[in-house]
Design a protein around this ligand. Structure first.
Ligand code: DOR
Ligand code: ZN
Length: 456
C-alpha cells in the first residue's frame, strides 16, 4: 500500500461543477495536481482556499485565440493575451499560426516556442499552419508538440494564402499520419473575393456589406468539401467558428452519413446578430461574419441538441486605431473575447439558456479531450489543478477599461452580466484574483498526448 499523499492545498466549501454534474466537495492538490476530490479533505497545517458560496470549475480551454506573436505585437502579445485569459478563467489557450511570418515550418514553430516561453500566465498549445506547400513540415511540427494544424480555406488576417485542394489533401494526409487535429476556417476564398469585389464596385463601404459578401453557402460549400476530403484522408477534423444554420444543417446531414467531425461556435456568433452592425460598425467585423438572428437561434438550438461540440472565442485583437476604421474593406476582422467568454456564458446560464455543466463540457471537457490534452478539462485525481472560483450570481456591468488585453475595446462594454470569475488557479498557483493578474508567468506548453478517443 502506498501512503496517502499529503496535499499542499485544499479547496474547501465550494460546489464543484463538472461536465456532467455538481456536488459540494473539497479538492486536495499536491504539486500542481488534483490528488483527491471528496468530503472534508481539510488537513491540519495545509493551506486552504475557501470557496464557500462559490462554484469551482475546471479551468476553461479556449482552442481559438490569436495572441499575435511573432510580428503583430502592436495588437497583442503572449503576456497581455494570457493575462486576459487568466482574468477570464481560461487556463489553457490554443494559439493560432496566422502571424508574421505564419508558423508554417518547424523552424518557425521552434522560434515561436522560444519567443513565448516564460511569458504566459496560462498554459498554451500552439497550432502550426497547414499552408499551400508545407505538407513536408507537418511531421516535424508535430514532433515539437504542435497541438494541431490550422487550415485557412478563406482569407483573413495575415499572409495566409489559401491552399488549393491538392495542397489541402496532402496536408490532411500528413496530419492524419501525425494523428493530430486539423482545424479549419471554412469559407470558399474564391467566392468571397468575388462577392467582395462586386460589392466594392457597387460603391458599398458600410459594415453590413461584409455580411452580404460572405453568404451562408460560401461556408456550406467549404464545410462540405473539407469534410469530404478529411474522411478520405482519415484526418481528425474540427470546423472552427461554424456560423450559419445551413452550415450546421450540412454537418448534421454528413454526420448521419458517417462522416466524423467536431464543430465549434464562437461566443460572438451566439451573442451578437445582424442588428449589431448598426450599434458597433466595423468593430464587429468578423470572419465569418456576425449573422442574421435566425442563424444565431439555430446555433443555440444546435447547442441544446448536442450537435455543437465546442465553444471558443476567436480572440482576435487589433489596435484601437484599426478597430476605429470606418471603411469596411480596410477594417480587420475580429475583436477580443477571451476575457469575456465566461461572464457571457454564465449570463446565458443565469437566463436558463444552458447549464453551467454545459459550459464546462463545451469550454473545457470536450476541447481537452478532442485535442488530447492529458490533465486538462476535469477536476479529478491525476488532472492538473487548473480551477476557477466563480460567483454565478454577481451582477456586473462590464467595463472594458478593466480588461487586460493591449487594446481593450469590446462590443460588450456596458453590458449587464450575471456571473463573474473571482479567482483563477493554474496548476495550484493563483494567477488571477478580483481584477488583478498575480504572480509570475508560469504557463507551459501543452502537447497533445494520445489519440482523442471518445469525441465523435
Ligand atoms: O475575423 C477574424 N479574425 N477571423 C479569423 O478567422 C482570423 C481573425 C484574425 O486573426 O484577425
Ligand atoms: Zn480565428
Amino acid at each position: 500500500m502506498t501512503a496517502p499523499i499529503t496535499p499542499d492545498l485544499v479547496v474547501t466549501g465550494g460546489t464543484v461543477v463538472s461536465h456532467d454534474g455538481r456536488r459540494r466537495q473539497d479538492i486536495a492538490v499536491s504539486d500542481g495536481r488534483v490528488v483527491a476530490v471528496g468530503d472534508d479533505l481539510t488537513t491540519e497545517g495545509v493551506r486552504t482556499v475557501d470557496a464557500s458560496g462559490l462554484l469551482v470549475l475546471p479551468g476553461l480551454v479556449d482552442v481559438h485565440v490569436h495572441l499575435r506573436e511573432p510580428g503583430m505585437t502592436e495588437k497583442e502579445d503572449f503576456a497581455s493575451g494570457t493575462s486576459a485569459a487568466a482574468a477570464g478563467g481560461v487556463t489553457t489557450v490554443v494559439d493560432m499560426p496566422n502571424t508574421n511570418p505564419p508558423v508554417a515550418t518547424a523552424e518557425r514553430y521552434q522560434h515561436k516556442l522560444d519567443l513565448v516561453k516564460n511569458r504566459a500566465y496560462v498554459d498554451f498549445g500552439l497550432y502550426g499552419m497547414l499552408d499551400h506547400d508545407n505538407a513536408d513540415e507537418i511531421g516535424a511540427m508535430a514532433e515539437l508538440g504542435a497541438m494541431g494544424f490550422k487550415l485557412f480555406m478563406g482569407q483573413t488576417t495575415g499572409d495566409n494564402r489559401c491552399p488549393n485542394d491538392a495542397a489541402i489533401f496532402r496536408g490532411l494526409e500528413a496530419a492524419a499520419d501525425a494523428d493530430l487535429v486539423v482545424g479549419v476556417h471554412a469559407e470558399n476564398d474564391h467566392l468571397l473575393r468575388m462577392f467582395g469585389d462586386r460589392l466594392q464596385a457597387q460603391g458599398r463601404r458600410d459594415p453590413r456589406a461584409h455580411l452580404e459578401g460572405r453568404p451562408a453557402f460560401v461556408e456550406v460549400e467549404a464545410i462540405t468539401r473539407i469534410i469530404t476530403m478529411a474522411t478520405e484522408a482519415k484526418t481528425k477534423l474540427h470546423i472552427h467558428h461554424l456560423s450559419t444554420a445551413a452550415g450546421l444543417g450540412r454537418v448534421v446531414d454528413l454526420r448521419a452519413q458517417g462522416h466524423r467531425v467536431t464543430i465549434e461556435t464562437l461566443v460572438s456568433h451566439l451573442f451578437l446578430d445582424e442588428s449589431a452592425y448598426d450599434a458597433y460598425g466595423n468593430l464587429i467585423k468578423l470572419n465569418p461574419p456576425i449573422r442574421p438572428a435566425a442563424d444565431v437561434a439555430a446555433l443555440w438550438a444546435g447547442i441544446e441538441r448536442g450537435d455543437v461540440d465546442v465553444i471558443a472565442t476567436d480572440h482576435a485583437p487589433h489596435t484601437a486605431a484599426e478597430q476605429a476604421e470606418t471603411d469596411v474593406w480596410k477594417a480587420y476582422g475580429g475583436f477580443i473575447g477571451v476575457e469575456t467568454m465566461l461572464p457571457l456564458m454564465l449570463t446565458a446560464a443565469a437566463q436558463g439558456r444552458l447549464t453551467v455543466e454545459d459550459i464546462v463540457r463545451l469550454c473545457s471537457y470536450t476541447p481537452a479531450k478532442r485535442w488530447s490534452m492529458a490533465g486538462k478539462g476535469q477536476l479529478a485525481p491525476g488532472f492538473d489543478a487548473d480551477f476557477l472560483l466563480v460567483d454565478p450570481e454577481a451582477e456586473v456591468v462590464l467595463d472594458q477599461r478593466d480588461l487586460h488585453s493591449k487594446h481593450n475595446i469590446t462590443p460588450y462594454d456596458g453590458w449587464e452580466l450575471t456571473g463573474s470569475v473571482v479567482a483563477t488557479y493554474l496548476r495550484g498557483g493563483l494567477v488571477y484574483e478580483k481584477g488583478t493578474v498575480v504572480g509570475e508567468p508560469t504557463g507551459r506548453q501543452v502537447r497533445p498526448q494520445s489519440a482523442s478517443a471518445g469525441v465523435r
